[in-house]
Design a protein around this ligand. Sequence first.
Ligand code: ADP
Ligand code: MG
Length: 596
Amino acid sequence: MGAVALYSGLGLWHHILPIDLIAILATLVGGYPIYKEAFQSLRHKQINMEVSMAVAIIASLAVGQFTAAVVIAFFVILAEFLESYAVETGRETITKLELSAPKKALVIRGGREIEIDAQSLAVGDHVVIRGGERAPADGIVVQGSAVVNQASITGETIPVDKNVGSYVYAGTVNDSGTLEILAEKIGGETVYGKIIKLVEEAESRKAPIQKIADRLSAWLVEFAIAFSIITYLATRNIISAISVVVVAGACGVAAGTPLAIVATIGSAAKKGVIVKGGRYIEQMDRIDTVVIDKTGTLTFGEPVVTDVEPFGDCSERELLQYAAQAEKHSNHPIATAIVRRAAEMGISAEAYSTFSYVPGKGVAVRSDGREIVVGNQIMMKEEGVRLTDDITAKVTRRASEGKTTVLVAHDKRVRGFITIRDRIREGSREAIEELKRLGIRTIMLTGDNKPAAEAVAMQIGTEVYAELLPQDKVELIKDLMATGHRVAMVGDGINDAPALAYADVGIGMGGGTDVAAEEADIVLMTNDLSKISETVRMSKRTYRTIMENFYGTVIIDGIGVALAFLGYLNPLLAAVVHVASELVFISNSARLIWSS
Ligand code: ADP
Ligand code: MG
């Protein structure tokens, strides 16, 4: 009764025409999703954009602004449609990844090729991949050879040769020839499956900036409602009050932020950079120091023996034999190089019964009271092997050529030393230069000896900290962070795990396949160091876009509210401004989908 009295009191009730009834009906039916959302939000004691719009619509109806009510409802629905369309498009960059996994597989069963659903593949199946087709599983080539494009995994567009014994990854494309592989990993267990899972998880995790966006947008809505009441009290003009609520929608922030993040995660994945959450995009934007592990990252991590220098009566062969006997049990790159050289020279290394590895120092083996120690000078000292100045001088000379040197001791006597050289990865220097250009400090870390490390650092132009034990690397990162630096650590994820985990952002170089690298926040699928600066750039662009949306929304809302307060905006115009601004901010974020 009160409502009717109010209507008649305002003198509007008897002016309702049939066309107005249609408008009222259209508003109530068409705007249903808005009322539903608003109601749900209120039940959770929250005020969102739908609440303010529902208020605006009902208020418009109440004062007889039927056309305005229809238009507001229409534009709000349109805005929401645009919003979800844009976010879907962003998400598609990820879904597209998924679509490239083949649905069918050709397997050999009972000597015949039969086509089955990729889902019913089993480990141990012999799978045939014809030219032009995608591999449905990870596995070893048992027959045939082909050129395979691995872009779906590594982002590299140059195809690679695959022969018997090579490993083929699900999702990669056989450009020519026919391959038969023995399936080793299927479905979600494949590298490709893991990438998709990681990217999907990344997308569902809220970045801190997103929480700020949500808060800002909630705050803007509350402000709009409060200011609308003030407007009514000050001007006694209900039309101005409605316009205030409608113009201050704030959805540019709400929709633009997740879209920007999803777009960037998706396009990074396409380039072979797996970002495990929006928060790392935010952090990469702020990084000021990149710490890089030398071995396997700046260098190939596949060193070769360059010099074998025995002392006294020891021969080269004997020295290599001692070294190989000790290194046989180790899988350190140094050990691999030594064992390989010994094998090439036809030297057989018999096993010793006990083996010990001291990370960052070396290895020792013992058997029947005999003992071999291979490692750096610290290792020798700790094992009670005496070093003369003469030995130290010789080792230093070799090291200053940029080579890693390891001493070989037999029964507490140094018998000579072996030098090993690891090639610097091409592009390392350029990648470091790029980072510097972005104003980022670069530091190389290594357990290698100082002269060798310094020679490498000189060549690629980084600061260097050498002779570090694994725990020293973590300490260094802690110190940097404690002094206010924001640090990204780049490593191969094997012995650098603690440092990767400790840094603000841990970047793992998976060598192409180790996406599972648990400690890494970002995984580079190729050993391409230029991806680091590229990721920084993408992150900066993403963050800048989000900020543009923040400020843009606040400014437009501010101007709109002022105009509405002064009576220059009617609800119709306010709705148009609202949607237009939303469109601008969504497009701004959507640029990130295509711009990379
Ligand atoms: P990086 O920091 O380059 O990854 P590590 O911490 O693995 O190096 O090793 C640091 C140093 O410790 C090496 O340069 C070498 O002198 C010694 N060292 C480590 N492992 C071995 C090994 N298996 N055999 C001989 N020396 C080793
Ligand atoms: Mg290492």
